[in-house]
Design a protein around this ligand. Structure first.
Ligand code: GDP
Ligand code: MG
Length: 205
């Protein structure tokens, strides 16, 4: 029997199905400069096959996208990445990754609608590509955490040096991660959820 054509199949529930116990869905956006690992993070953390709009880079983009330092990168996200992760039985995160290049900023209005918070992924070799992204989040009043993605040649800086370099206020969490591993990417999302929770609880209560 072809199970895909039958609607009476019983068996283990597909990981694609949202568990019946899920009662709360939260929208999160992952942003950052070109090549910092957004698509990788959505892919590693998602329990459903991530939707991605990856395109092979063409010579036409050669002068537009700065690939210095990431020469092996041969594809780039055109619009967005999308994935889903269940944090526990009740809480489900919908994760959207979106490009940081200025020419994609028109997408931000729609993508940030209803988003509770954001992850700013940074590559410590190229911190400057994240400056604009952070500024735009601050302008919009979107709470965010910063995650430094670990590339082999990336220098590691003490957290407070990163904070100064990115001109971040003291309360913004800064974590390090390896976007290729599910656990590490999940920890980044958990750091964001803790931060959002603390923001929602008045101090002293
Ligand atoms: N070493 C290492 N490479 C990574 C990591 N995350 C992403 N990459 C690689 O860096 C490149 C850019 O990642 P990608 O997810 O496409 O970046 P995006 O433009 O932000 O979506 C890809 O070739 C990835 O395989 C990481 O944590 N460590
Ligand atoms: Mg991408």
């Amino acid at each position: 029997m072809d199970s895909r054509s039958s609607d009476t199949v019983t068996g283990p529930p597909s990981a694609d199905l949202l568990p019946d116990t899920a009662t709360m869905a939260v929208k999160i956006v992952i942003v950052g400069g070109f090549g910092v690992g957004k698509t990788t993070m959505v892919g590693s953390v998602s329990e459903i096959r991530p939707l991605t709009t990856e395109e092979t880079m063409t010579q036409a983009g050669a002068d537009v996208d700065d690939t210095a330092g990431i020469e092996r990168k041969t594809s780039t996200t055109v619009a967005m990445d999308f994935g889903r992760i269940s944090i526990n039985q009740e809480l489900v995160l919908y994760v959207f990754g979106t490009p940081g290049q200025e020419r994609f900023w028109f997408l931000w209005n729609g993508l940030f609608e209803g988003a509770l918070g954001a992850v700013v992924l940074v590559d410590t070799r190229r911190l400057e590509v994240s400056f604009d992204v952070i500024g735009r989040l601050e302008d919009r009043g979107v709470p965010f955490v910063v995650a430094a993605n670990t590339f082999p040649e990336s220098p590691t800086y003490p957290t407070e040096e990163l904070r100064t370099a990115l001109d971040l206020p003291p309360e913004v969490p800064i974590v390090t991660c390896d976007a290729r591993t599910r656990e590490s990417s999940r920890d980044v999302l958990l750091a964001l959820m803790h931060y959002l929770y603390n923001l929602s609880v008045p101090p002293g209560s």
